[in-house]
Unconditional design. Structure first.
Lengths: 367, 220
């Protein structure tokens, strides 16, 4: 069990404050890194915002949190989305820290090697940007354990040289056939045939979104957010002076209207009412969180849509349930057998263990 | 990689790096979302010296929904089910906050062992025992810690000198004399223990329970 944990946390390039040596060696650095992280996601702040109590979170994190409970997660003071205020000072601090972080770690590296274990090759790796503190020994090689542990839903940004990710459908496609793949409307020339019926349909919907995103915007001639849309068209990447989207009370809306809301933003309207509501809610969250970034750091609407799509796909993978029970049983037969065997072994083990531990106890039901 | 996995990874690493809290988190199978945590029984309580294991399941919407925790080690405590290990603790339910971590939640469990809340019980029988006689409750909790969590027991090893006979009665937190009394009437021993435990036949409460009522229960 122990080695598993090691491979889990080490194979991954997750950064955290313990990349820095303790305050006895480098005073303040670990605390600094810690205080520039969102207490919810433990990442460096993305679009930091504060609530009226003064506590700071990533915009998206706190919006997520407030949607399930209207209070500050730290001090539990009542809070709602109207209390969210941008924190541009924090944003620029984090931005500078993010760019300087690896450099500082690099500076610390030789010193640390020197102090803790001079035998670890201290000459060659001094300029290494990745922190390999000897006490923690983080491996940077990508281990497959993680991929399998994370499930297939892990989206791979760049897989191997011959494989590329299609900008339209996000699927993996061999590099040499990418053009044919695009010409086919993302239908063929895939690396592996993975799209099933509904998924395929969804893909189609989404690829339409990306393919025609410009047109959808321009075709808009009704809806309340018309003017805002126009602004976005004129300045799709800057998103300057855009008002945040209002919260919608979906309960009182008809299906048709919800779909209209989605089309207004050029989003697909497939799936049932619940799917549409969830999609729109998430969109509002992503959109408003994006506005909490300073204009220079904002993502384009296409990026946000991609994000939304990623999220929706992750939702679907999570909901994946066993459809063919018999096949599942067959496939995992050995695993079941192993578990049964383990469980059987454990039962007599426990009684004999406790008897051995206490020395004298004999558990005897007859008496 | 999704945010949930990243956060869980950090939390596991955090526990591994912290040598002072004596809290550990291990994988159960290949999934990083099914874990097993363990912590030491708090000092100055009947749970001292024991090591308690907790089954941890991380839900899809973590950290916006609470982790699911359940004791694997059997614990004699008003807010923990003695049969299933289910835990009654507000932060595992509606008082959850996304800034809580696996480590801080395990520490909360540790402090739950320090301060039982019998007025909001998970295990009503244990809670009654606690309310009736705290001393007797602590003896039983200590005994359970010794049997299931590897604790040292009351004054070293002497608590178990009487061998197997002591076992069942101490587990139920009963007095041997009382069990003998009803066993002498010709009832099965395990049945006597079961009935007396259910009726909370302990300490000051004994005065409230008529012998006839006990016999009635035994005959049911």
């Amino acid at each position: 069990m122990q080695p598993n944990v090691v491979s889990l946390s080490e194979s991954d390039s997750v950064q955290d404050p313990t990349d820095f040596p303790p305050s006895s060696i480098a005073p303040g650095l670990r605390d600094l890194d810690d205080s520039l992280r969102c207490p919810i996601c433990r990442e460096l702040y993305t679009a930091p915002v504060t609530l009226s109590c003064g506590h700071c979170y990533c915009s998206l994190c706190i919006r997520n949190s407030l949607s399930s409970k209207a209070e500050c997660p730290i001090c539990r003071q009542n809070a709602s989305e109207v209390h969210i205020r941008k924190n541009p000072a924090m944003e620029s601090v984090v931005k500078s820290w993010a760019s300087g972080r690896d450099f500082i770690l690099g500076l610390l590296k030789p010193q640390e090697d020197h102090r803790t274990s001079p035998s670890v090759d201290s000459q060659g790796k001094a300029s290494n940007t990745q922190p390999d503190s000897p006490s923690k020994k983080r491996k940077r090689t990508t281990d497959d354990t993680l991929t399998s542990a994370a499930g297939e839903r892990k989206l791979t940004p760049g897989i191997s040289k011959a494989q590329v990710q299609c900008p339209m459908c996000n699927q993996t496609v061999p590099e040499r056939t990418i053009n044919q793949h695009l010409d086919s409307g993302c239908q063929s020339y895939l690396s592996e045939a993975s799209s099933s019926g509904t998924r395929g349909q969804q893909k189609e919907q989404w690829s339409k979104v990306f393919g025609n995103s410009g047109i959808t915007h321009r075709n808009k001639d009704k809806g309340k957010a018309k003017e805002k849309e126009k602004e976005k068209d004129g300045d799709p990447d800057g998103l300057s002076d855009v008002d945040p989207l209002p919260k919608v009370s979906y309960n009182v809306l008809k299906d048709k209207l919800i779909q209209e809301y989605l089309t207004e933003h050029g989003l697909p309207t497939n799936g049932g009412r619940d799917a549409c509501i969830a999609r729109h809610q998430k969109w509002v969250m992503l959109f408003n969180a994006n506005l909490d970034r300073s204009p220079a750091n904002r993502q384009s609407l296409d990026q946000l849509k991609r994000e939304l799509k990623k999220w929706e796909e992750a939702q679907q993978t999570r909901k994946h349930s066993v459809t063919d029970v018999v096949a599942y049983q067959k496939e995992h037969k050995s695993e079941f057998e192993r578990l049964k065997e383990e469980a059987r072994r454990r039962i007599p083990d426990k009684t004999s263990n406790s008897a051995a531990a206490s020395g004298i106890i004999v558990i005897d039901d007859d008496e | 990689m999704d945010a949930r996995l990243r956060r869980v990874n950090k939390e596991i690493a955090d526990c591994k790096n912290d040598k002072t809290s004596h809290i550990s988190i291990d994988l159960v199978d290949n999934s990083p979302f099914h874990l097993r945590g363990s912590f030491d029984g708090p000092e100055g309580t009947p749970y001292e010296g024991g090591r308690f294991e907790v089954d941890i399941v991380i839900p899809d919407s973590y950290p916006f929904q609470p982790v699911k925790m359940r004791f694997i080690t059997r614990v004699y405590h008003p807010n923990v089910s003695s049969a299933s290990g289910a835990i009654c603790l507000d932060i595992l339910k509606d008082a959850w906050s996304p800034v809580l971590t696996l480590k801080s939640t395990l520490i909360s469990l540790q402090s739950l062992l320090c301060s039982p809340e019998p007025r909001d019980p998970q295990d009503a029988e244990v809670a009654k025992h606690y309310m009736t006689s705290k001393e007797s409750f602590e003896d039983t909790a200590r005994y359970w810690t010794q049997i299931y969590a590897g604790g040292p027991g009351k004054d070293g090893k002497s608590a178990v000198q009487k061998g197997g006979v002591k076992d069942e009665i101490a587990m139920a937190g009963l007095n041997k004399a009382h069990v003998d009394q009803f066993e002498a009437l010709g009832f099965d021993r395990s049945k006597v223990i079961d009935v007396l435990r259910r009726m909370n036949y302990r300490g000051a409460n004994i005065a409230n329970i008529n012998d006839d009522r006990v016999v009635e229960e035994l005959l049911k």
